[in-house]
Design a protein around this ligand. Structure first.
Ligand SMILES: Cc1cc2nc3c(=O)[nH]c(=O)nc-3n(C[C@H](O)[C@H](O)[C@H](O)COP(=O)(O)OP(=O)(O)OC[C@H]3O[C@@H](n4cnc5c(N)ncnc54)[C@H](O)[C@@H]3O)c2cc1C
Length: 476
């Protein structure tokens, strides 16, 4: 089958690339054909999961503030950001009749809070511009002829597609059930591109003792290796991960059962706490925000903010601890005075006259911690029964980290195709003319907040437009 421009992958980047290419061609009166090959039965499967189904599709900050949230690939993204800024992205979605809202932190969502509205808008934009989306077509290999002019793309059913321009938009490795299984790294590799080591980012960090130490029952997980705390590490033979998925050291399967400590902590939502990362005994980063304990481990906005650094360190064999400061706005000395005052008040209260020390102490903790946190706090801070130790524990509730949840449930893949091999002004490969790459397949990643989708959209649009323009100029 012949097409002028083929895009492998119908996710955020691929759909935007298809729209950009088809619109550029038709706007220039060029009859060129644009085709998306998507392996899943429907395009945009991952977008459907984003923002917990609400799709935080961009973040309307200016470049300076936006780029502070990019963890890798800032210079590779800069040019495309200006060709499709977050405001333009919002305008693009609105221009197809989909209303949007901007929430706290400049995060933009569809006004319906349905991710499907964003997917429908993207698909409509593509088809209206004239691009074809072929679903159920899994690319298995790519090549270029000896003249360097025509690409061949073979899918798993043996169909061969030929094109003049090829765009790889296959995403990363996270949530493989959505179709993102890292295939693009090998495709790019076949044209000489290098892949920077990948690891999961924006993921749960698993405290020591959070998961069961016993061997799992037969049929649960065929895990091979037990770490010191009983989590299964280093082998990604997880039911949710396809066979042969890349291993990352420190990976703990998400569906390993919780220990009793895990059960006690799971469900706890801590608002506005301090979170300090200790790497090999040295404090390296402190953030403030919300922390959630889930079936995976410690996550939530503040947890995610430090997860990239922690996973990278764990992969490299470092020891990581996280320290929660339950009273980040109160200096230690002031907290001590406050706690002593509260304790005096409880002891002098007639209602507590007949209470045991333990019950009085629980009343005190009830004034200092969310109710649901008290049990876990007591279990983990047994020596904090005098006021000085208690204050230390409130400002330094320590969790040694045994590992992290892997690609099966991480939000984004750090690492990917080296951006040094890409021309940022066009997203074209420096190694193979006519080849373009965009989105998460590249070594680009950012914090949560709409940044990752925006990077996929803007690099995708630029790749599509550049491929179309190059095609148009080759005809004249
Ligand atoms: C649970 C979750 C929540 C998220 N929430 C947000 C959020 O609210 N805001 C935000 O900005 N980001 C969010 N992200 C991140 C964001 O979804 C990704 O960064 C973004 O989707 C990357 O876009 P992409 O097009 O590069 O890759 P993908 O969206 O992964 O798309 C790649 C596509 O390529 C297809 N494909 C792969 N290999 C082949 C092949 N061999 N042949 C054919 N097709 C192939 C896949 O099926 C897939 O459709 C979230 C991610 C997850 C997992």
């Amino acid at each position: 089958m012949e097409s002028d421009i083929i895009i492998i992958g119908g996710g955020a980047a691929g759909l935007m690339a298809a729209y950009g290419a088809a619109q550029e061609l038709s706007g220039n009166g060029d009859p060129g054909k644009v085709t998306v090959l998507e392996k899943m039965p429907r395009p945009g499967r991952k977008i459907m999961l984003t923002g917990k189904g609400r799709c935080n599709f961009t973040n309307v900050k200016d470049w300076e503030a936006f780029s502070a949230h990019i963890r890798a690939g800032r210079s590779a993204v800069r040019h495309s950001f200006f060709s499709l800024s977050p405001e333009k992205m919002v305008g693009f979605i609105n221009s197809f009749g989909t209303e949007t809202v901007v929430e706290r932190g400049d995060r933009a969502f569809p006004a319906s809070y349905h991710a499907s509205d964003i997917v429908d808008t993207l698909v409509r934009a593509c088809t209206k511009a004239g691009a074809e989306i072929i679903t159920g077509s899994e690319t298995v290999s790519v090549s270029i002829d000896e003249n360097g002019k025509t690409f061949s793309v073979e899918d798993s059913r043996g169909r061969i597609y030929r094109c003049r321009k090829l765009i790889i938009a296959t995403g990363g490795l996270s949530y493989p059930a959505t179709g993102s299984t890292g295939d693009g790294y090998a495709f790019a590799g076949s044209f000489g591109h290098r892949t920077v080591g990948t690891f999961p980012s924006l993921t749960a960090l698993v405290p020591a003792g959070y998961k069961v130490t016993e061997k799992p029952s037969i049929g649960m997980i065929a895990a091979k290796a037990l770490d010191g705390y009983g989590g299964f590490v280093g082998k990604n033979d997880h039911p949710d991960l396809p066979e042969g998925y890349p291993e990352t050291k420190g990976h703990i399967n998400r569906n390993l059962p919780l220990s009793s400590l895990g059960e006690t902590l799971c469900g706890l939502h801590l608002k506005n706490v301090g979170l300090t990362v200790i790497e090999n005994g040295t404090a390296v980063e402190t953030v403030t925000g919300d922390v959630d304990f889930t079936d995976g481990g410690l996550e939530g906005p503040a947890g995610f903010q430090v997860s990239r650094r922690c996973v990278k360190a764990l992969v490299n064999g470092a020891k990581i601890s996280l320290v929660l400061d339950m009273k980040p706005g109160v200096p230690a000395g002031e907290l001590e005075n406050r706690v002593r005052g509260l304790w005096e008040g409880i002891r002098n209260d007639r209602r507590s006259e007949r209470m045991s020390f333990t019950n009085r102490y629980n009343v005190l903790l009830g004034k200092l911690l969310p109710r649901e946190a008290i049990r876990a706090f007591r279990i983990m801070n047994r020596n904090a029964e005098d006021m000085i130790q208690l204050c230390k524990a409130l400002k330094g509730w320590k969790f040694d980290i045994a590992g992290y949840v892997g690609y099966e449930r991480c939000v984004v893949t750090a690492g990917g195709v080296d951006t040094a091999g890409i021309i940022p002004k066009t997203m074209e490969s420096r190694l193979c003319k006519g080849l373009y790459l965009c989105g998460e397949v590249l070594d680009i990643d950012a914090d949560t907040g709409g940044y990752n989708l925006q990077m996929a959209f803007c690099t995708g649009l630029l790749a599509g437009r550049s491929a179309a323009n190059s095609l148009i100029s080759s005809r004249t």
